[in-house]
Design a protein around this ligand. Structure first.
Ligand SMILES: [Zn+2]
Ligand SMILES: [Zn+2]
Length: 283
């Protein structure tokens, strides 16, 4: 399995000279079978724009799984050149939504269109070119593009959020870019609970891409934003037996220098990596 980190920033893109090495695009990871083009995309933040280059001028044929619908996970959709062309074939799946709201039971396309339609944006999801289909995903097991997918609900803030476990039968990638474990209690260090859903998703994974938005000393004042501390991600990887922990979803004002300091703090553990946009990880 080849994993392309196409966007590793959280909340909002971070352009400018202080963000060149770790990158400013928001959440997007593209997954390929060895040697092939990426067919499975996890989240559609602005990093989705980077996926078109990986397809070398070809159209995207595959599946996009969204962890949730926050802006930093969907704003790349209308700018995905390889997916917005007549020969593209895209299946987009998002977490099943509560249908008890005022709209009754809207379709996945309708839910997505709440944030992507005039006057918020010039076009609707249905106006993307190519063959697009939109659907809900329930927690549990699914198949996508030759990968086994396990989806589990995890605590975040403001909308149902899934973590994913992706397997090609040899390697396993766990992906939890937005995760607020303090919602379930302080846990042993105050960084949040190591709860069964997170442990199951990360169990024995070859790589765990995890929310590292906060530093431990920011948790008391900022956990309400819905995120985890980098140290929690490392703790989860250790407890779950993950082979690598890839710290991601960096805070938008976390500069290259600040992320170097974060990396230095874990330098003694070669299995901890601070995610940088453009990095390719072979599992
Ligand atoms: Zn996010
Ligand atoms: Zn979020």
């Amino acid at each position: 399995m080849r994993v392309h980190l196409c966007g590793v920033r959280g909340s909002t893109p971070a352009p400018g000279p202080d963000f060149l090495r770790y990158g400013g695009h928001t959440s997007c990871v593209a997954v390929a079978h060895d040697g092939g083009p990426p067919g499975l995309i996890l989240d559609a933040g602005t990093g989705l724009r980077q996926v078109s280059a990986l397809l070398r001028g070809g159209p995207f044929t595959g599946t996009i799984l969204l962890t949730h619908l926050h802006w930093d996970h969907v704003h790349g959709l209308p700018f995905f050149a390889a997916g917005d062309r007549p020969d593209a074939q895209v299946r987009l799946l998002l977490p099943e939504q509560d249908s008890s709201g005022p709209d009754g039971a809207p379709s996945a396309k309708d839910v997505l269109a709440r944030g992507m339609s005039p006057p918020h944006f010039p076009i609707t999801p249905g106006q993307l070119r190519g063959q697009w289909s939109f659907g809900f995903l329930a927690p549990g097991e699914a198949k996508a593009e030759g990968f086994a997918v396990e989806a589990a609900e995890i605590p975040h803030q403001g909308g149902r959020t899934f973590g994913y476990r992706i397997s090609d039968g040899h390697s396993v990638l766990a992906y939890l870019p937005d995760h607020c474990p303090t919602d379930l209690g302080p846990g042993p260090e105050g960084w949040g609970e190591y709860h069964p859903a997170a442990l199951a998703l990360a169990a024995g994974a070859d790589a765990l891409v995890h929310d590292a938005f906060l530093l431990p000393d920011e948790v008391p004042a900022q956990a309400f934003l819905g995120h985890a501390a980098a140290d929690y991600a490392v703790g989860l990887g250790r407890r779950a037996g993950s082979r690598r922990v890839i710290l991601a979803h960096h805070k938008p004002d976390r500069t290259d220098q600040a992320l170097d300091l974060l990396a230095a703090r874990f330098a003694a553990d070669p299995h901890v990596i601070v995610a940088a946009e453009g990095t390719v990880v072979d599992l």
